[in-house]
Design a protein around this ligand. Structure first.
Ligand SMILES: [Zn+2]
Length: 470
């Protein structure tokens, strides 16, 4: 009698090879894994009992797959959604290009290079938002330069990139790129080749940074410094000596970008210097990049309007001293920086119509029709929000008091603020009305009347409120 294979479910036919050699030959060709040993009962491949080990294996595999999916979703949720890319380009213009910074230089050509000038870009991306934070070793970013870079970036990128294009405000950087009369006074005659060179290099840095995006997280720190900055308008005036640091780190915790904001005019080198230099921000950036060779250090000038750098040593020792002092504070701060979650990135940028131009030359105020032809009648302001971090971009030489006003409001609302001047545009000095009324260099360069500074600060606060509500 052929043996019967009994399963829990049903009884299925089987046969004995010894009793049916012809059939045994036919099944010899089968290479089923369940093929019986010689003389053993053959179980038809479709028999339920034969499938049982397979079902067990399949069930195990399915359970493992589901478990893997669950683990994957937990890991994905815990990982930062922020992507960060960095790039740097040299900004050394053709030889004999004038320096930008002091009208006393009279637009004379530079005599060489003291230290490199660069553009450094950090591109941030989370979900549908992409932002470039850009630090250029330039005196200012005027509207034409900003618009030209924006157009070049738009042409080279498949998705929109919001720009926070800022100048470090070095007073020994490349000149000849401003077309307005007042710009020519401080940076020499306009040279379209220099303008195009700067646009090209800045756009290249942004697009390259965009192409190097990697997962990252962010940390924030802020702390006062001592003995590095003074008020240059009033001996007892407001001083904001705080340095703020954003550290963007990769999955290993290694810094990829360190963004430093500090409010002291990069004027350690005076009009007497005729060689290209990034001033103390260059010393700072190189010191940080030497410590972290895989990272890029971006200096963003804070509310420097009425803030002068403390100068130690002889002439060329001054930028070195201040840059190194600041670098040591930044390196110490990096150890204390708090971790953010960094998965929510938002940007708001507005163009604000300014009060009519009021250009004052001592006691004389130019008629507004003439003033309008010399300076801007609108200003671009920006807020970049990265979870609890808020970066405020202002298009001016903003005073410490106004910068502090923005920072304090942000902190009261639970945010970690970074104030950036010389961003996306340039409209001169932004001062509180009290300082606008003084007879001073800074007040004479506040071109759009007494309320422009407070107007821009109020606009930033409104933008902050709108971002908070979202
Ligand atoms: Zn300035």
């Amino acid at each position: 009698m052929p043996p019967r294979v009994v399963t829990r479910q049903r009884v299925l036919p089987s046969f004995d090879f010894a009793q049916d050699p012809e059939r045994a030959k036919r099944v010899e060709g089968l290479r089923h894994p369940m093929r019986p040993r010689a003389g053993a009962a053959y179980r038809a491949p479709f028999a339920a009992g034969a499938w049982e080990p397979w079902l067990r294996v399949t069930r195990c595999l399915l359970a493992g797959f589901v478990l893997w999916l669950l683990c994957l979703s937990v890991v994905t949720a815990a990982e930062p959604q922020l992507l960060v890319g960095t790039a740097k380009r040299d900004l050394t213009p053709p030889v004999k290009t004038p320096l930008a910074g002091y009208s006393r230089r009279g637009g004379k050509p530079a005599t060489g290079t003291l230290d490199p000038v660069s553009v450094r870009a950090v591109v941030l991306q989370a979900q549908d938002t992409t932002v470039a934070l850009v630090s250029c070793d330039l005196l200012i970013i005027d509207e034409r330069l900003f618009e030209a870079v924006k157009a070049r970036v738009r042409a080279g990128s498949s998705r929109p990139i919001a720009l926070l294009l800022a100048a470090t405000h070095t007073h020994s950087g490349p000149g000849a790129y401003g077309q307005k009369f007042l710009e020519k006074l401080s940076m020499g005659h306009f040279d379209p080749a220099v303008f195009d060179f700067l646009v090209t290099r800045i756009a290249q840095a942004i697009l390259e940074a965009r192409a190097t995006l990697q997962p990252a997280s962010v940390r924030y720190a802020a702390a006062p410094t001592e003995g590095l900055v003074v008020n240059r308008m009033q001996p007892d005036g407001v001083v904001d000596a705080e340095v703020t640091v954003l550290a963007f780190e990769d999955r290993r915790g290694a810094p990829r970008a360190i963004v430093v904001s500090f409010g002291a005019h990069p004027t350690t080198l005076g009009a007497w210097n005729m060689r290209l230099s990034a001033d103390y921000p260059g010393v700072l950036a190189r010191a940080i990049e030497e410590r972290y060779p895989e990272a890029m250090c971006l200096f963003l000038a804070g509310a420097v309007g009425d803030q002068a750098p403390v100068k130690q040593g002889e002439r060329f020792e001054r930028p070195k001293w201040l840059g190194e002092q600041l670098a040591s504070r930044v390196l110490a701060l990096l150890a204390q920086a708090t971790q953010g979650t960094s998965d929510s990135l938002q940007v708001v940028q507005r163009t604000v119509a300014l009060p009519p131009a009021r250009i004052r030359l001592g006691p004389v105020t130019l008629p507004s029709w003439l003033g309008r032809s010399l300076v801007d009648d609108d200003a671009s302001v920006s807020v970049v929000k990265l979870d609890r971090i808020m970066v405020f971009g202002l298009p001016c030489d903003v005073s410490a008091e106004l910068g502090l006003d923005v920072k304090q409001r942000a902190r009261r609302a639970g945010y970690q603020p970074v104030v950036v001047g010389f961003a996306n545009d340039y409209i001169g000095y932004c001062l509180p009305e009290r300082l606008y009324r003084t007879i001073s260099y800074e007040a004479s360069l506040a071109f759009n009347g007494p309320t422009t500074g407070s107007m821009l600060v109020e606009e930033l606060k409104r933008m902050m409120g709108q971002l908070s509500d979202q």
